[in-house]
Ligand binder design. Structure first.
Ligand code: NCD
Length: 341
């Protein structure tokens, strides 16, 4: 089998465990070479497939969207990706409430049942280690698990579409100055993006948030050990004029402890992009957001030429098509890449 991304080791339950193709568990597992191939493939798919178009490249495969937490974009994006490539897609309604989980079934047992029936499992779940747990071989029996958001841990496919969007706009990642702003303490998209950016030379990251919502030490230590320049800043005003990318995120109220609610509500009002702040950015800078946006980007900013968050969301369909194709039909991937070379 052609492998489109390689092995990675992580510490889990005090043991070193291996993540291997075909699972997509966290952003660190992708090498520069993997990312290059994914970019090329995604660009090809974006050219060839759109509304009203359907390929038969995944005919015969069943994609399971196992979405235990709320989702607008990620869930439909995986569905659209599967359907446009010819796969069938199953999305059980609200499995957190309507599946046997409510009777006390473990994630591991549920995964074992689903793995007998489908060809790939897209998993969004409240536990930080859910995708990793699900991918341990005896549970999923080799059926690929794609992490579509694991608690406040990681959201690797979001970071891949973020990467695609940045690269599409700038033609490179190297040397860019990126501000990641919002609830960095509880947000999984900012963590995955920081890990992914750390692979590129000369990238500089500004984590912008009041101290109570700042990025966790595990990510900061990782960046330091990989020689990535990072800084912390309380306010966007300090950095907005010189960054290339301003990546906004919402405050994750559902993940806050009751005792931090008030202070977080206050912190969430500190950094808001309005029309004036957006206009003070470099001419070719971009404003990104994984969405949903709450109040951190004013609606008036949507018409600013720097705002790319809706385009970013659309790119999610194509990066997820690329991932599904790499996993389920690698021969087709080879052909597509060869024809574009
Ligand atoms: C993000 C998520 O679920 O982490 N949403 C998404 O997938 N685009 C961001 C968020 O919920 O804030």
């Amino acid at each position: 089998m052609v492998k489109y991304w390689g092995k990675d080791n992580v510490v889990w339950q005090d043991k070193m465990v291996e993540i291997d193709f075909p699972h997509v568990i966290h952003a660190q597992q992708f090498s520069l070479d993997d990312l290059e191939k994914l970019f090329m493939l995604t660009a090809i798919l974006k050219q060839q497939i759109g509304k009203g178009k359907k390929k038969d490249w995944l005919n015969g495969n069943i994609v399971l969207n196992l979405i235990y937490e709320p989702s607008t974009r990620t869930m439909t994006s995986f569905s659209v990706a599967g359907l446009r490539l010819g796969a069938d897609v199953i999305t059980p309604a609200d499995p957190a409430k309507l599946s046997s989980v409510i009777k006390g079934e473990t994630l591991e047992d549920s995964i074992r049942i689903y793995a007998d029936k489908v060809d790939v499992i897209i998993l969004r779940h409240k536990d930080d280690d859910s995708a990793l747990r699900a991918s341990r071989s005896r549970f999923c029996q080799g059926v690929p698990i794609i992490n579509a958001g694991a608690g406040k841990g990681q959201h690797p496919t979001q970071s891949l579409l973020d990467y695609f969007t940045i690269r599409e706009r700038f033609g490179r990642i190297e040397g860019l100055i990126v501000a990641i702003c919002g609830d960095l303490k509880h947000g999984r998209t900012s963590r995955s993006l920081a890990y992914l950016l750390s692979k590129y030379k000369g990238v500089e990251i500004y984590f912008v948030a009041p101290q109570v919502a700042q990025m966790s030490p595990d990510v900061l230590d990782y960046l330091t050990s990989h020689n990535v320049k990072w800084h912390q800043s309380e306010t966007l005003k300090e950095v907005i004029s010189f960054v290339d990318v301003c990546y906004m995120t919402r405050f994750q109220t559902e993940r806050e402890d009751p005792e931090e609610k008030e202070i977080m509500a206050h912190a969430s009002m500190v950094n808001v992009i309005d029309e004036q702040l957006a206009e003070s950015m470099k001419d070719d800078a971009i404003i990104m957001h994984p969405l949903p946006r709450i109040h951190e980007i004013k609606w008036g900013v949507d018409k600013n030429k720097r705002s790319v968050y809706f385009l970013q969301a659309l790119n999610g369909d194509y990066i997820r098509m690329a991932l599904l194709l790499c996993i389920l039909n690698p021969d087709k991937v080879e052909k597509l890449l060869a024809s574009a070379a």
